[in-house]
Design a protein around this ligand. Sequence first.
Ligand code: PMV
Length: 313
Amino acid sequence: MNSAPGKLILAGEHAVVYAQPALAIPIAALRASVVAEPAPSGAGMTVHAPDLGLVWRLRATAPLSDLAQRTLDYLQLPEPDLRLTISSSIPIASGMGSGAAVGAALVRALAEQAGQQLAAHVISDLVYQSEKAFHGTPSGIDNTVVAYEQPILFQRQAHGEPLIAPLAVGKQWHFVVADSGIASETKAVVGDLRQRWLADQEPYNVQFAAIGSLVRQIQAALASNAGPAFGQLLSQNHQLLQTLGVSCSKLDQLVQAALEAGAWGAKMSGAGWGGIMLALVSAERASHVQQQLRAAGAVQTWQTSLLPTDSKR
Ligand code: PMV
């Protein structure tokens, strides 16, 4: 079985599309997996995703078929007789990277058929090419964190490959994640912001730069052990996202509820207009914050944590 994790954008969403740095972390407990089974000779390749209520053949016009074809081309593999079954515990259309994780697991499953193990940057790039074909102007952060499966700083460069740097983690950090229950399409939110930016770039560029400098501070806070300071920076990022017009009243309410329940900080995460928010909490507060988020109308909540890296080597 081949799998890939879900992800959270810790800071810097949207500004990352405009070449500012952003931070993302994998959520190991939520995963997408692909099981490959041989099919009768001549059957070709079919993809089954009972969790998503979908079945399709390789030649269908769908993002995953496109990715499968790109991967077979890369591997120089003819279409195999294969039944691929996808399962995923990552909620779709909510900012947790379900599309990228399913894609990365699919690439790994096909590579296994060719007896190959692909490097993370190759998997990431194949998923990115396919996301670009179907989702407009993705920054590439989702496919990167999901394929590398470690906390990363990601920044697009004016030319060439993006900057990808592993993040130092100073202590075990605990997060509560809540789903607003409002499905939101990344392409729509990113497209709307792009239209507004095109009409009047200067004020948006100022906001993006402010988010970028906050991201650098958050990167340092993540490597420290100062919870309240880290939390405050995350909450500041939320305020800047509100100003950009990508939050919504439900996300704002959930952020407020988390802060009132004693979280060190909270923000929406991902594209916004729905989807998820995250709260940085002490281990002792995690369950209470989770409960209060439920009471405030979250349809699903999770706890996830980040382990310290051995950064003092
Ligand atoms: O796809 P989501 O909801 O995890 O969010 C994408 C993050 C954005 O910065 C808004 C878009 C992008 O491509 O980076």
